[in-house]
Design a protein around this ligand. Structure first.
Ligand code: FAD
Length: 479
């Protein structure tokens, strides 16, 4: 972009958005440029910060006229580089951070309407203030925004009960690539009057439109809760136990998280004030959370009975049920600390995948074996939301290898893990999305009819590739 044109472009943006609306200084832009995995660092022409839907529409129209691409950004907690600029040199980051109003809360209708830049934590608090629950929880919830959660169709540990973000969305307000505003902010639970356009934008990672507001559903708040840590000897036992727990506890199961011993070892080293909650080490653990909105004090008894049944059937080896909120928080802290603790344990290669739950034991076994054949001493640290089949198949470096030498195996390890995922009819991107990081993998591995249908949708809604180019879909778009 020539200097004169660039200056004119930025001056016009500044006039459209007023004071604080456009950032061009490098140090002020840093928090929008650095992303959690530190893989993508490119600098945009500017970070633009519209404060209203109309301003978003005006920015889109201006960028379209100037041929400048837009990278939508929420809390910048994405893990696949979708919120970072690509390589064209003609991109702005459009941050929704100034759009964080809660427009409406309807306790009777159990719905709320919020702007895209509201953090997930703020939406949870708003729901709690209405005596309800917003059923989504991520470790990044203090920073991640509702717009980002919708654009990535975020998951998290409550998915096993309440589904992904998709299930929480009733309606969306979206600025399209041509600058028009699509107002779909309904709070209706039933509306079959034509195609459900909301679904197009959920999980589209900023490539089809800019989400400016959303109407969301809330659910009844729990009156009884229980958290427990269950030790198991094998993943085969984990699958049997999942079925047994579902049978015994039904829809009260809100989270079922898998942790291997290696993860607990990392965490116990990382959190100096924490001890192993069980008396001896076990190969695997399941973290269980059960809740019910029904009154009474029967949930604990039902859980204990379910665990006794697991022990009688020989699928659990030990278990502990939290006796207080503080103990429950401690058990969750073990789970939430795995990622930072693993980082302290050296270099790692991460894969956010899913496979059918029943296939998990064979998938983990065959994939781990193939990895060990290629990188002797590699340490798979497989954990995650096992209740819905989503595993973080993270690989820690062998203890006798340097980080640099281990990173040289990244392409081999990715190929092994993703080949196995495809063999088991799983997904190479279970909850974090495709972004830049997995775009080439998707192009290489997805069914050609699916890719072609996605590309046609993209060229229909964004023919000039103005929105988040180089993310999700790469290669030539159909005419
Ligand atoms: P950003 O990172 O800013 O953007 C993510 C993508 O959405 C980009 O492609 C961006 O262009 C697009 N986007 C953002 N806002 C909009 C908008 N308003 N309109 C259109 N497109 C938009 N994810 C999970 O699913 N489950 C987890 O359990 C989970 N745990 C995490 C834990 C940690 C510690 C961290 C750092 C991340 C975790 N994530 C998890 C990933 C991340 O938090 C989610 O993907 C989250 O939904 C991203 O929200 P964000 O506002 O930060 O979006």
């Amino acid at each position: 972009m020539s200097d004169a044109f660039g200056t004119h472009f930025l001056e016009r943006l500044q006039r459209l958005l007023g004071p604080g609306g456009v950032i061009t200084e490098l140090d002020e832009m840093a928090r929008h440029v650095e992303e959690p995995r530190r893989r993508y660092h490119r600098r945009p022409l500017a970070v633009v910060r519209p404060a209203s839907t109309q301003q978003v529409a005006a920015v889109v129209a201006h960028c379209r006229e100037a041929g400048v691409a837009i990278v939508p950004q929420g809390g910048n907690t994405g893990l696949v580089g979708g919120q970072s600029v690509g390589g064209s040199g003609r991109e702005v980051i459009l941050s929704l951070e100034r759009m964080r109003e809660i427009r409406d809360i309807d306790a009777e209708g159990a719905s709320l309407v919020v702007e895209a830049g509201c953090t997930l934590a703020r939406v949870q608090e708003a729901a709690a203030s209405a005596g309800l629950l917003f059923p989504m929880s991520l470790a990044s919830e203090g920073t991640a925004t509702i717009g980002g959660n919708i654009a990535t169709n975020a998951g998290g540990h409550l998915t096993v009960r309440y589904g992904n973000m998709r299930q929480q969305v009733l309606g969306l307000e979206v600025v399209l690539a041509d600058g028009r505003i699509l107002d779909g902010l309904t709070v209706l639970r039933k509306d079959n009057s034509g195609y459900d356009l909301n679904q197009l934008f959920i999980g589209s990672e900023g490539t089809l439109g800019i989400i400016t507001a959303a109407s969301l559903q809330m659910v009844s708040a729990p009156r009884q809760s229980l958290t427990g840590l269950i030790a198991i000897d094998s993943l085969e036992h984990a699958v049997v136990l999942l079925r047994l727990l579902r049978h015994q506890l039904g829809e009260t199961i809100s989270a079922l998280e898998l942790m291997p011993r290696l993860a607990l070892d990392f965490v116990l080293e990382y959190l100096p004030d924490v001890h192993d909650p069980l008396v001896r080490p076990h190969p695997w653990y399941l973290l269980l959370q059960a809740d019910t909105a029904l009154a009474g004090d029967w949930l604990q008894g039902a859980c204990v009975k379910a665990l006794e049944r697991g022990s009688d059937e020989g699928v659990t080896t030990d278990a502990i049920v939290a006796g207080s909120d503080a103990q429950a928080q401690l058990l969750w802290r073990l789970r939430e600390s795995i990622s930072p603790a693993q980082k302290m344990g050296g270099a790692s290669l991460k894969h956010d995948i899913s496979v059918p739950v029943a296939a998990i034991p064979e998938f983990v076994e065959t994939t781990s074996r193939a990895l060990a054949d290629t990188v002797p001493g590699i340490r798979p640290c497989v954990f995650g939301h096992v209740g819905d089949g989503n595993l973080h198949f993270n690989l820690s470096q062998p203890e006798d290898m340097t980080a640099e030498a281990f990173h040289a195996f990244e392409a081999d390890c990715n190929r092994i893990v993703f080949d196995q995922v495809v063999r088991f009819r799983g997904s190479i991107a279970a909850e974090h999305g495709i972004g830049q990081l997995r775009a080439a993998e998707l192009a290489a591995r997805a069914d050609s009819v699916r890719l072609d249908t996605m590309a046609r949708l993209k060229s229909c809604l964004d023919p000039d590739e103005l929105l988040n180019p180089g993310k999700v879909l790469i290669g030539k778009m159909p005419p």
